[in-house]
Write a protein that binds this ligand. Sequence first.
Ligand SMILES: [Zn+2]
Length: 494
Amino acid sequence: MTKWGYLIGVGFLLTTAVALESAEPLEKANATQDEAATPTPTATPLVFSTQTLADLKRLQQAALTSNYAYRQVAHLSDNIGPRLSGSAQAAKAVEYVASELRAIGCEVQLEKAMVPHWVRGEETAALTQFPGMAEGTTQKIVLCALGGSVATPKEGITADVVVVKNFDELNAMPRDKVAGKIVLFTYSFDKQLAAVGHSGEAYGQAVTYRSDGPSAAARQGAVACLIRSVGGANYRIPHTGSTHYANDAPKIPAGAVTSEDADLIADLVKQGPVKMKLLLTPQTLPDLESANVIGDLKGSEHPEQVVIVSGHLDSWDLGTGAIDDGAGVAVSMEAANLIHKMNLKPKRTIRVIAWINEENGTRGSKQYAKDHEKDWANHFAAMETDGGADHPVGLHVKAKPEVRTLLKPVAAILQESGAGALDLSEHAGADIEPMEKANVPSFAPIQDGRFYFNYHHTAADTLDKIDPKNLAETSAIVAVWAYAMANAEQSLPR
Ligand SMILES: [Zn+2]
């Protein structure tokens, strides 16, 4: 296994590496370019000019020593705070990023999108009856509502808990064993898989219970549904995230208990009946108008062709959205900041996008697709950074395999900070998915995701989780990639 083998499959990305190798040494990459510059019948077509490659190296050095991205994510997470769609903080963040992008030389548009407005309320639970209890006591259960959950009645729900590991166990139960009860799914996030670098897969396996568990439980007559938190560490903190109500099932209140509380309940249920009182009071308010923030550094030769660098501006409400995904927005802003500040002239337009509503609807992404799909041919390439803020080791490439070969000179430069891997992947980012599907070459930094899900969607997604050095390394990848795409001498196969 190459040294990258431990670190791939990162972040939220549900990717499978189908090819992976280290970048070739810089000297060799340059030699290839020099040969290509001399036209011979067998020469590889020139992808990056000698000047572009020199500029990329300068840009990389500038990114590795700049703290602009860190200051941006610090402002988003500490000064503005949680940025759930529809919140005052999300609106403030839209305004803030727009004004910052203007300040660094971008032409800025706010492209409107209607977003859901879900507001968390009270969320408490306690076991009120269980084997061996001391008379007159309860056991507190630590939990949070899932995004989009409906509320319990205002006096709460008191019902027996039925524990199931997975959908098969639930569906094998007679309906009368589930009807009127609270279902708890105990399916657990695979920490071993995450520890060897496949955290995206571990997340993908467990998150189906968060999205589809409540409707599955409701079809069996359950009155509420809880899941074991989808997360990689046990600090008795619950992990929120969207749930999805299917049309063919009643909407029942849905929450995530901590992994410790899931174990506690499962243990007690083995011994005898367990009753829980559950109170959730979230509200779904009418949709609100919000916006994707779009900042263009206009191209000098092909202004109509765009290279997208992006992250999502909204975050969950429990933490301050530092790693998910203030970091992704900040490194995208940094790319434009440095390219402008260094007076580099991108031939194509570099477009920074701070997406709205990735977390509970991807309405920003959908609206962008609606507004721009006739122009996909001019969308040269797209990147989204949404895998946290830990050390990056290269690029996910969701494109034709030839694109990976064309990018080798860029990977050789990125190898300077240990980020030379080029990994052909099945997916690059939630917000750029409509472009992926339209065969726009799509990319994402490969980030170390071993610890990402310890904090993901929790109150602990805060600025201290970001090491400025790792963030600067991610900025370097994004900036170098963006400028390389903007100045590539040929278009990429799609
Ligand atoms: Zn995210």
